[in-house]
Design a protein. Structure first.
Ligand SMILES: Cc1ncc(COP(=O)(O)O)c(C=O)c1O
Length: 480
């Protein structure tokens, strides 16, 4: 009897709570207001970026996307991708007449995203055979693909050679494998070396690649890189065309680039003077950072171009010729364009913290768990009851916290949460951990949303598994 009355009280309480707090009611009211002023999906996404996810335009946009595609959902705004591409093109194009830009596709390998950036005339920088096949599928010609990896398998080298792709070499040992393979295929390998300039760009440790202890590149120190070029000159199936470095990712100040560029240009002058090598290009890598926090200021592409210009001019004078400047950003082009939309499953207050449990986790976006990376979070359609919250993922690991100690309006189950700047190293690093299929991806153009990747299904998880159950089923079918 007592139990039953408690049950009724819970039902009544939930009903009242539902009326007061139900996001669907908030959404319905918001949609009406927003429809009146005819806002687009893009407007809604921008409201979230401006920290106004409570605005009806944001509520309408994210609710519509949730209804059509479900959660967790990666949303990319085409206009922001275009703005980012234009920002780099304009900043460097005006100061470096001999310039070729590449998109490092590892940041976001979705075909629609790569093809949007190809539309800006960008080449593609790839780091695996899979990425080669991906960009070739889009018709990117071999001579506009650069293949960088510190561990290339024989089939990847063979594929690159057959497709006429530039191989960015990471060791002398690898160069020798390339020489042998190119000889066997009767090809001439176009190569550059990835140089480790021993420069610290002061970024997150795991993505700091130009420091001496990093696994990447051939060290400038002790004449190691010089000897590598000298050796390459002796090989009959190799043609040296360039020089490359990539000192890290999410670099927010120009100093590291300034130091690396100085060393690279001095080295290029040495190659010309002592070995007679004239390079087609010098590639200063990617790594241009973005502000992940509301009040964060970072170097702009324009500032970086201004810093690099005098070093470049000086180097060109010493070299006696001008190679093409290559750059290969990934994150900068796509990170700000991406929004990860996730739904609140439940909210729990412990003696220590309040956890907002959402339906995305480090299987969906690994950056916070892997690098303690910061992503801004917005609660859709809510403004009040602001408090300290943790946005907790649905992966069964203590470390699966998407955002810790954030001051946000307290949501309720069913509300939507948006994680900003999720366009780079988001979906491309997602996994099926905990047997959760991969999320869907949509591209937004003004008020139009296009599904660019269907939501993963449980069949995807089972597809390549071979089990006893399958075997016995096969045997059963055979015997009938
Ligand atoms: C060789 C190389 N080039 C370019 C990039 C792109 O870096 P980012 O996305 O920071 O611009 C990476 C990423 O780590 C890389 O390894």
């Amino acid at each position: 009897m007592v139990k039953r009355s408690v049950f009724y009280r819970i039902v009544l309480f939930s009903f009242i709570l539902g009326i007061c707090c139900s996001p669907s009611i908030a959404v319905a009211q918001a949609s009406k207001t927003s429809d009146d002023v005819k806002t687009t999906l893009h407007d809604g996404l921008m409201k979230a970026r401006q920290n106004e996810a409570f605005d009806p335009a944001a509520v309408t946009a994210f609710t519509r996307l949730q209804k059509e595609y479900g959660t967790p959902l990666y949303i990319y705004d085409r206009e922001i991708i275009d703005e980012q591409a234009n920002a780099i093109k304009e900043a460097f194009g005006s100061l470096f007449p001999k310039l070729h830009l590449f998109y490092a596709v590892k940041a976001n390998t979705s075909l629609a995203v790569i093809s949007q950036l190809r539309g800006h005339g960008l080449g593609t920088e790839v780091i695996s055979g899979g990425e080669i096949i991906t960009v070739r599928k889009l018709g990117v010609p071999g001579n506009d693909i650069m293949f960088t990896s510190s561990s290339k398998s024989p089939w990847e080298i063979e594929l690159a050679l057959k497709e006429g792709i530039l191989l960015n070499v990471d060791s002398v040992d690898e160069l020798n494998h390339i020489e042998v393979m190119a000889g066997r295929l009767h090809k001439i390998a176009r190569i550059s070396f990835r140089i480790n300039p021993g420069v610290d760009p002061h970024t997150i440790h795991q993505i700091n690649t130009g420091i001496t202890e990093s696994k990447f590149g051939i060290h400038l120190a002790d004449g190691i890189a010089f000897s590598a070029y000298k050796w390459a000159l002796k090989l009959s199936h190799v043609k040296i065309v360039g020089l490359h470095c990539h000192i890290g990712s999410q670099i927010t100040e120009p100093e590291g680039y300034r130091l690396a560029a100085g060393k690279m240009l001095a080295f290029a002058a040495d190659l010309k003077e002592k070995l007679g090598i004239q390079l087609e290009f010098i590639d200063l890598g990617g790594g241009i950072g973005i502000p992940y926090q509301d009040d964060q200021t970072v170097m702009t592409p324009g500032e970086l171009a201004q810093v690099l210009r005098p070093i470049w001019q000086d180097g060109v004078k010493r070299m006696g010729y001008e190679p093409t400047l290559w750059l290969e950003p990934g994150r900068f082009f796509v990170a700000p364009a991406g929004f990860l939309l996730t739904r609140v499953n439940s909210v729990k207050t412990t003696p220590v913290k309040t956890f907002v449990n959402v339906d995305a986790g480090f299987n969906t976006l690994i950056r916070p768990a892997m690098y303690q990376a910061y992503h801004r979070v917005r609660i859709v359609g809510r403004k009040d009851r602001v408090m300290k919250l943790d946005i907790a993922g649905d992966v069964c690991e203590t470390g699966d916290i998407l955002a810790a100690d954030r001051i946000l309006p307290r949501p309720v189950a069913g509300d939507l949460v948006v994680i900003l700047d999720a366009g780079a190293y988001g979906f491309s690093m997602a996994s099926e951990y905990n047997a959760r299929p991969l999320p869907a991806e949509v591209m937004v153009s003004r008020n139009q949303a296009t599904l660019i990747r269907k939501r993963g299904q449980m069949e995807d998880i089972f597809r390549n598994q071979v089990t006893e159950i399958d075997k016995s089923r096969r045997d059963h079918i055979r015997s009938h």
